[in-house]
Write a protein that binds this ligand. Structure first.
Ligand SMILES: C[S@@+](CC[C@H](N)C(=O)[O-])C[C@H]1O[C@@H](n2cnc3c(N)ncnc32)[C@H](O)[C@@H]1O
Length: 224
């Protein structure tokens, strides 16, 4: 399968999931979500992964003055909680339909920019070195291409200010990998592979948690 075919398939599969039941495919804990429950689950992600980690994330900056990036925003579940906390949120997703639904849900948020991208880069976003923090959760675990994930890490490195953090989750369990056409179970990274990727993309992989598990979290700090 070529890279181009993989990108088309990611877009097609995620658009289909979004049209069928976006909120379920974004968070499979439930089949049906009320607005309240769905966005509360996004707040929980922010409480667990961000509010517990403000020293690494803000590094002394006022969150209301920070510009942050989210990769794979889906229907805006976490994006909304990010927008309540930070000054400016830029969010991308490969699925046009996910972005449409996120746009409806976040219409009242003037500090959010939503962008449908090509599933591989952030060329739609200018401002090299101007982002203060980047975040991605339950997105890379679905991407079946190592090349695509590493390209995102390169792109985030371009956009982050020196010293800023990219906190993200990849799939760490090799037994879950299937095939290059599977847009649900993506490629796995070992700890060594994650460290290698950080080095090639200009990051210091300062902390890692969950190597070998489905939720393998990485704290990559942009090298000065
Ligand atoms: C399980 S959902 C999670 C959404 C959001 N991160 C959340 O936690 O609510 C995965 C999202 O990743 C997006 N996605 C999958 N592959 C992508 C890619 N290559 N580039 C950008 N977004 C992608 C999907 O369209 C989907 O919205």
């Amino acid at each position: 399968m070529t890279l181009e075919e993989q990108l088309k398939k990611m877009q097609r599969d995620w658009d289909q999931r979004a049209l069928e039941n976006a909120r379920h495919w974004v968070n499979t804990e439930r089949e049906e979500w009320t607005d309240d429950e769905f966005f509360r689950s996004g707040q929980r992600t922010v409480e667990e992964e961000i509010l517990t980690d403000m020293i690494n994330i803000c590094q002394g900056k006022d969150p209301k003055r920070m510009k942050v990036l989210e990769i794979g925003c889906g229907a805006g579940r976490v994006t909304r909680a990010l927008a309540d906390l930070f000054g400016e949120v830029w969010a991308v997703d490969v699925s046009r339909e996910m972005i449409r639904q996120a746009g409806t849900a976040l219409a009242a948020y003037a500090n959010v920019r939503l962008i449908q991208n090509n599933g591989m880069d952030l060329s739609a976003i200018a401002g090299d070195g101007t982002f203060d923090f980047a975040f991605s959760s339950i997105v890379f675990q679905h991407i079946p291409s190592r090349e695509v994930i590493e390209n995102y890490v390169h792109e985030v490195s371009r956009l982050l200010a020196p010293g800023a953090l990219f906190k993200f989750q990849v799939q760490g369990d090799r037994s879950l990998e299937t095939s290059p056409g599977d847009t649900w179970l993506g490629v796995a990274f070992s700890d060594e592979e994650a460290v290698g990727m950080a080095g090639r993309c200009g990051f210091e992989p300062r902390y890692r948690h969950g190597a070998g598990e489905q939720y393998f979290w990485l704290w990559f700090f942009k090298k000065p």
